[in-house]
Design a binder for this molecule. Structure first.
Ligand code: AMP
Length: 423
């Protein structure tokens, strides 16, 4: 058997798992303030949820999906992102029927068959929100603000984040713009990489994402969507910016920001950080997808959302020197002089635990000395020492691990005395 986790995956050991839980708690509190409710969708979907929604020509669908046939011959795909599933679920359960608004958030693993590198995994963890049913620009500004405030609340300094903003237009203005970018790529094909030239035919806007220096230089001369937006999209974009300005959320307009999925319309955004991440410096991003529900056969239903990546956010937090709070694993350690009092020790630990006190004891028959060492390792502030003499007199010894002071406490008073000593 191969005892290593598959390439591109990682075990979340306790320190990292604690960080993930901390990030989820911060998300739950913050998102609730903006009216978002939790949703859990399956980790796999019928493949066409992603091919229809994200788009056949995108990197995700064309190269990165974990797709397989189940035993009944259905094509199933492990979800590569959250939005498509949430919109599919909102349609299935009529969450936006009769113009209702649905504000949902999710957290969980996503799967993409990518080339692993720092901050790029095959199984990675995302937290995201989706605001369905609203086309107003305040919804855009709200979603962007939630993402910004989330990173700030975690402790990433505002000065080290860059919020990129763009509008991708809609079905009125984007097709002509796509054609003009495709024509530009064909005209300059000698200077571009093979993949960008191929993109002219399938997904020309993705050429803006090419990391090769030569392609970046050429694409800097390409026509900009900013100049091609129809009046309605231009007005919507201007309004989003007005609301962001009003809230003091700093953004940088980047008309080459196109993001990799077909479903985006109008507002798109991304937050990048400078330190700790190298080329995978986008910690979160999202946009508007006003046509996605229609793609699935539902009624026209505007929506937008964001997703942020756990692994990259954790790297950004480390780079910013942020410590994730780690509670001590035990407040009290109940130590025994010898095994003759094991049953009493076990019962005392349970009484303390039932009273809400984090309590540990030794299960391995260690000496008193090593029990004290273990108590230290766990960060216990008090050690209750129990021996045959103590039991005979109905007492135990309570040691304060900081001041090293000890006193005798009646066993019957254990919970009250330990609780009082910990305040
Ligand atoms: P996307 O769904 O591609 O817009 O990505 C949203 C966020 O998810 C990114 O900003 C990253 O933080 C994270 N992310 C995307 N792909 C990966 C990956 N392969 N490995 C780790 N994090 C990722």
């Amino acid at each position: 058997m191969n005892a290593q986790a598959p390439k591109g995956t990682a075990d979340m050991l306790p320190a990292v798992a604690r960080a993930w839980e901390h990030m989820q708690r911060v998300a739950q509190e913050l998102f609730a303030r903006y009216g978002y409710e939790p949703v859990y969708t399956p980790l796999f979907e019928h493949t066409d949820v992603f091919t229809r929604g994200i788009g056949e020509a995108t990197d995700i669908v064309s190269k990165e999906m974990y797709t397989f046939e189940d035993k009944a011959g259905r094509s199933i795909t492990l979800r590569p992102e959250g939005t498509a599933s949430v919109v599919r679920s909102a349609l299935e359960h009529n969450l936006t029927a009769n113009g209702a608004q649905a504000k949902l958030y999710y957290a969980g693993p996503m799967f993409r068959y990518e080339r692993p590198q720092k901050g790029r995994m095959r199984q990675f963890w995302q937290i995201g929100i989706e605001c369905l049913g609203s086309d107003g620009a305040t919804a855009d500004a709200e979603v962007i603000t939630v993402l910004w405030r989330y990173f700030e609340t975690l402790g990433i300094p505002a000065g080290s984040m860059r919020l990129l903003l763009n509008s991708m237009g809609d079905e009125q203005c984007r097709p002509a713009y796509r054609d003009s970018v495709a024509a530009f790529i064909r005209a300059r094909s000698a200077e571009l990489c093979d993949e960008c030239v191929r993109r002219a035919e399938s997904n020309p806007l993705r050429a803006f994402d090419c990391k090769k220096d030569g392609c970046r230089t050429v694409m800097a001369d390409a026509p900009l969507l900013r100049d091609a937006l129809c009046d309605a999209c231009a007005a919507h974009y201007a309004e989003v910016k007005t609301h962001l300005n009003g809230l003091g959320i700093p953004y940088v307009e980047d008309s080459t920001l196109v993001r990799g999925l077909d479903y985006y319309t109008r507002t798109v955004f991304e937050i990048q950080v400078d330190a700790g991440l190298g080329s995978q410096n986008a910690i979160g991003g999202g946009g508007r997808y006003d046509r996605l529900m229609q793609e699935y056969g539902g009624p026209p239903t505007p929506g937008l959302g964001f997703a942020l990546g756990f692994e990259r956010t954790l790297l950004a937090l480390e780079a910013a020197g942020v410590d994730i709070p780690a509670p001590p694993r035990a407040d009290v350690f109940v130590a025994r002089v010898d095994d003759s009092v094991l049953a009493e020790v076990f019962a005392l630990a349970q009484r303390l635990r039932d009273a809400g006190i984090a309590t540990e004891l030794d299960h391995q028959g260690r000496s008193l000395k090593s029990q004290f060492k273990q108590a230290d390792r766990l960060g216990a502030r008090r050690v209750a020492v129990v021996g045959p003499d103590e039991i005979a007199s109905g007492e135990f010894t309570l040691r304060d691990m900081e001041s090293k002071q000890e006193r005798r406490v009646a066993l019957s008073e254990a919970v009250a005395a330990v609780t009082a000593s910990l305040v």
